[in-house]
Design a protein around this ligand. Sequence first.
Ligand SMILES: C[S@@+](CC[C@H](N)C(=O)[O-])C[C@H]1O[C@@H](n2cnc3c(N)ncnc32)[C@H](O)[C@@H]1O
Length: 250
Amino acid sequence: MLEKPQVPWDGSFVDWVRSQVAGEGYWFQRMDLGPGLTTPGWSDPQAEKLPYFGLPERMQGMRVLDVGCAEGFFSFEAERRGAKEVIAIDVLPDSIRRFGICRSALAARATAYLCNVYDLGPKAFGTFDLVFFFGVLYHLRNPLLALERVFSVCAGTLLLQTATHEVAGAEQVPLARFHPSGIESGPPGSGLFDPTVFWLPNAECARAMTSHVGFEAIETVTSEAGLVLRAQSPRPAQGRPPDESKAPWS
Ligand SMILES: C[S@@+](CC[C@H](N)C(=O)[O-])C[C@H]1O[C@@H](n2cnc3c(N)ncnc32)[C@H](O)[C@@H]1O
């Protein structure tokens, strides 16, 4: 996690963080927030994702975007690895609130905004050296549209992770399975149902979609934790903040 918080990590602050964490009815990401304080998420990204997702060891000077950040594990990890600026977005207000609790506990600078991936664009967000798009593609009714929006803000590298559905014998054919009513999900054995899983591409389809929207040099990082792809913008440039003088909101 991040370096020692600059806020006083004293009894009253720890009590405040603990009460905020306990006050949430749901946590997705298990996260170490400091001595004796771990969020009770059912997904453990430190163990189950980080070793596989291809994050660069050093992110000095980078502008990083974390799409579908949930409680912010990857945003805070990017900051810890030296990113100059980390912007996170999520479509769920509850995610942004829980991100805020973790941000305070870690004294992080990464900032989360309530935003749908479909609303991403360079006018409001600028461009990024590195974009995380982890665990979101299959939650979308319109994955190609989302990838187009991600492409519009990526001036460097995309790291994309998705669950997949392979059909034996058709690995070379770009296919996706549509789940109109969602799939079983949640902690193993929980019997929980996630109605927000729509499209499960096979690996070839995920690569083809990524290429179709304009990314180049698409590589498979791993197939061990879902599929992780690394892809490059065809016009590499330094990530830049939005130009507010052009009043992008007008
Ligand atoms: C499976 S979680 C993945 C969280 C995190 N990226 C990770 O890999 O641990 C999916 C996240 O994407 C968010 N999400 C789903 N649809 C979205 C959309 N249309 N725009 C932005 N975020 C979205 C969800 O709210 C949720 O926090």
